[in-house]
Design a binder for this molecule. Structure first.
Ligand SMILES: O=c1ccn([C@@H]2O[C@H](COP(=O)(O)OP(=O)(O)O[C@H]3O[C@@H](CO)[C@H](O)[C@H]3O)[C@@H](O)[C@H]2O)c(=O)[nH]1
Ligand SMILES: [Mn+2]
Length: 372
């Protein structure tokens, strides 16, 4: 089995469960180093299958390592995974959820996710002009007729966003059952959901399974945001790592499960500003979905309203020319968040503080000399 860049990539896994899913990944993941972020009760002993090379951090470790900045790492939410991005010393990160398994391509061959993510990351992105044959750097593809020659060199790729067979990354309102909607509407009243959510009978898809394998990778165009999911995601730490903060979610926060969305909005505007790219498409994982849509709906509830204001904020913001690296961009963004989103809820001022604390923690663990 090929294990590209095994000495340059860490696999980060947030977990509240057990890690038996690694058995299926053994042929692909065993050559790599794993960083496991154990969420929830730190006294619980997590079993890691034999033979994997790993380091494991629980809440006590996070407190010990980050001290007065540890509060910025979320508790009881998959957002805790970003601690793994911070402690890694490798150039590339792949992060995956513990309920994701090896998917098969249409010929029945198990998909080597790392091989595909690395291909995506090591070939340029083309965010300035859309190639109708998708990623021109894939084997068997190229730039189509009419594609400007001046743009064919592309720009470095910072992020590779992979997809999911079986259970897609739908939000809780789309995944919940009708009776769960009825229950919430009874509890929370007729204005329980924003008008922008269409009539529930057109949305609920609790039984939908993705069986469609689309053999495509594409660059997300410049100026376009996308919902980045943390379930099957790779990125270049040098190019964008300092902005891969998954926010303040879960226990003690008014919102949960918007961790990857937050990181996706932030990283995309910074990638656009710094001239690096984001790709989405292959590779697929098989998501078996261990979380409960009804519980998720409660966690996502505020985000469902807030995202209607947050997204236009990100669509309209401009970072200044003086922000020329990721850390500078991220600190500038933190202040824009404080000013531009604070009116929605005091949470956003705390989130801005969290973004600053994240950069302080990042600098602590990734001092310039070590990075160089
Ligand atoms: O409190 C928690 C909850 C979960 N985890 C770990 O995080 C990942 C994803 O969890 P889960 O499979 O329950 O969630 P999904 O709804 O299927 O996944 C999507 O929701 C995202 C938003 O939070 C997430 O990034 C998506 O991929 C698992 O490994 C859990 O063990 C946790 O650490 N703490
Ligand atoms: Mn899941």
């Amino acid at each position: 089995m090929s294990a590209p860049l095994a000495d340059q990539l860490d696999i980060v896994i947030p977990t509240i469960r057990n890690l038996d899913f690694l058995e299926e990944w053994r042929p692909f993941f065993q050559p790599y180093h794993l960083i496991i972020v154990q969420d929830g009760d730190p006294t619980k002993k997590i079993h890691v299958p034999e033979g994997f090379d790993y380091e494991l951090y629980n809440r006590n470790d996070i407190e010990r390592i980050l001290g007065d900045k540890a509060w910025a790492i979320s508790f009881k939410d998959s957002a805790c995974r970003c601690f793994g991005f911070m402690v890694s010393k490798k150039k590339y990160i792949y992060t995956i959820d513990d309920d994701c398994f090896v998917a098969k391509d249409p010929s029945g061959k198990p998909i080597n996710v790392l091989e595909q993510h690395i291909k995506n990351l090591l070939t340029p992105s083309t965010p300035f002009f859309f190639n109708t044959l998708y990623d021109p750097y894939r084997e068997g593809a190229d730039f189509v007729r009419g594609y400007p020659f001046s743009l064919r060199e592309g720009i470095p790729t910072a992020t590779s966003h992979g997809l999911w067979m079986n259970i897609p990354d739908y939000d809780a309102p789309t995944q919940a059952r009708m009776d769960e909607w009825d229950c919430l509407q009874t509890c929370w009243g007729p204005h329980a959901f924003p008008h922008s959510i269409p009539a529930r009978q057109h949305m609920v898809k609790p039984r939908e399974r993705n069986q469609r394998y689309v053999d495509a990778v594409m660059t997300v165009p410049k100026g376009t945001l996308y919902p980045m999911c943390g379930m099957n995601l790779a990125f270049d730490r040098d190019l964008i790592g300092a902005a891969m903060y998954f926010g303040l979610m879960g226990e003690g926060q008014p919102i949960g499960r918007y961790d990857d969305m937050w990181a996706g909005w932030c990283t995309k505007v910074i990638c656009d500003h710094l001239g690096v790219g984001c790709k989405t498409g292959l590779p697929y994982v098989w998501h078996s979905k261990a979380s409960n849509p009804f519980v998720n709906l409660r966690k996502e509830y505020k985000g469902i309203f807030w995202q209607e204001e947050i997204i236009p904020f990100f669509q309209n913001l401009t970072l200044s020319k003086t922000s020329t690296n990721v850390e500078q961009c991220y600190l500038e963004l933190a202040e824009l968040v404080r000013k531009g989103l604070g009116h929605i809820d005091p949470y956003f001022s705390k989130l801005a503080d969290g973004m600053v604390a994240w950069i302080e923690g990042w600098r602590l663990l990734n001092p310039p000399a070590a990075s160089a």
